[in-house]
Ligand binder design. Structure first.
Ligand SMILES: Cc1cc2nc3c(=O)[nH]c(=O)nc-3n(C[C@H](O)[C@H](O)[C@H](O)COP(=O)(O)OP(=O)(O)OC[C@H]3O[C@@H](n4cnc5c(N)ncnc54)[C@H](O)[C@@H]3O)c2cc1C
Length: 378
């Protein structure tokens, strides 16, 4: 099997890292303290092409592979988990529209999502208070009245919901699993968001609930057919999962690099602590985990680019990388000793940021259910 990246992919990695070091790294403390990602950064991410890596050129994208998408997200996450998640989240409506949209919908919505705009971000809303995983527990409704769907109810935990821009939203259109996906515009009449949840990590990224009161969506904005919601959700978050896994890889690689730096610089009894075998053990365990995660993820992306069925493989990669980043960031804190528990070193942020991997795009438990169902053909 050929693990070599193409010249274009190496360039994408290098240019994305340089962009992140230049444009995002200087903002790190500001984002942490103000809990806000500056609005103009969205425009810069768009100009850098990061919102459209695998999107067809005719819609303003780079026309790259899904592997390239993960390479880009990984490099942003090396510098900022929150900004990487912002990039990953904007891809969810993009992928949903690519998968299920008709030509008119693609031409209308994809170019703006790919270009990026100040104070505007794509969102994707499935979760409600009762569930983040079960279509039977979706209660917010969409009722067809003439040329519009009239939407009412409460959606939970939606990243970027308070920004302007396009949202792909899942609403009940009938009994049982009759849930449909729609393309809507945020912050229009009938759509509002309460204050954002205070998060333990990913500071700067806003996650809020959504209140819908007679919010209207043109009937032409139904994605796919009525009742297709759950299948659109599953196919979209298959890509969402590997996006998140890419962010986990970037965070874990950074944690390993920070731990190695500290192990070389911090001395004890006149020698860098990296000379002590228990520190070497931690570093080696971290390196093994990162290496295993990287090639599992890249292989999954290769399968996806070959258009193989990857529902199970994406769940395997997402679960492994979420748990891997959790382990690696925890060990990086440990290598830093007492200083790892302070805000003076990056590893505490990496540790907090890594936690989101086990929850979003399906929790670790739900990934296990998906993996077992795929294997058992249930
Ligand atoms: C930072 C952040 C951003 C988010 N952004 C978005 C977003 O943009 N859009 C969106 O739609 N959602 C978003 N979410 C919601 C997220 O996807 C859900 O939190 C997640 O799917 C879990 O759903 P839940 O919180 O309702 O937990 P529940 O589904 O209530 O689960 C609670 C616990 O039970 C377990 N569990 C549930 N069902 C099963 C089962 N069948 N078998 C075994 N265990 C089970 C879960 O693993 C979990 O441990 C976000 C969440 C966070 C924290």
């Amino acid at each position: 099997m050929d693990f070599a990246l193409t010249k274009e992919e190496e360039f994408l990695q290098k240019s994305t890292r340089e962009f992140a070091e230049r444009e995002i790294s200087p903002l790190e403390n500001q984002i942490e303290q103000e809990d806000k990602i500056p609005d103009d950064l969205i425009l810069k991410l768009g100009k850098q092409g990061l919102f459209g890596i695998p999107v067809e050129k005719k819609y303003g994208g780079m026309g790259g592979r899904y592997l390239d998408l993960v390479l880009g997200v990984e490099q942003v996450a090396y510098v900022s988990g929150a900004v990487a998640f912002m990039v990953a989240v904007n891809y969810l409506p993009v992928i949903a529209i690519e998968i299920a949209g008709n030509e008119e919908q693609k031409a209308k919505f994809l170019p703006a999502l790919v270009k990026g705009k100040e104070k505007s971000l794509g969102s994707f809303s499935f979760t409600e208070h009762s569930t983040g995983s079960d279509p039977r527990e979706i209660y917010a409704t969409a009722q067809l009245e003439g040329e519009h769907y009239v939407c009412n109810g409460h959606k939970g935990f939606t990243t970027g919901a308070s920004y302007d821009g396009t949202i792909v939203i899942f609403l009940r259109t009938g009994e049982g699993t009759d849930v449909s996906a729609f393309i809507g515009q945020k912050n229009t009449e009938g759509y509002s968001t309460p204050p954002a949840y205070p998060l333990i990590g990913l500071r700067g990224m806003t996650v809020t609930d959504i209140e819908l009161k007679n919010w209207r969506i043109p009937a032409a904005n139904l994605l796919g057919n009525r009742g297709d919601g759950f299948s659109i959700l599953l196919n979209t978050i298959a890509v969402g999962k590997v996006d998140v896994a890419g962010a986990m890889l970037g965070i874990a690689q950074r944690a390993l690099d920070e731990a190695m730096k500290y192990a070389t610089e911090k001395t004890m009894r006149g020698r860098p602590i990296g000379n002590y075998q228990m520190i070497q053990y931690l570093i080696a365990e971290m390196a093994i985990d990162v290496e295993a995660g990287r090639y599992l993820l890249y292989r999954t992306m290769s399968l996806m680019d070959q258009k193989k069925r990857t529902l199970g493989s994406c769940a395997v990669a997402k679960l492994f990388l979420a748990q891997m980043a959790d382990r690696v960031t925890q060990k990086a804190v440990q290598v830093h000793g007492g200083y790892g528990y302070t805000k003076d070193f990056k590893v505490e942020r990496l540790y907090r940021d890594a936690k989101f991997g086990g929850v979003v795009e399906g929790s670790n438990e739900i990934q296990r259910v998906i993996i077992a169902r795929e294997l058992l053909k249930l």
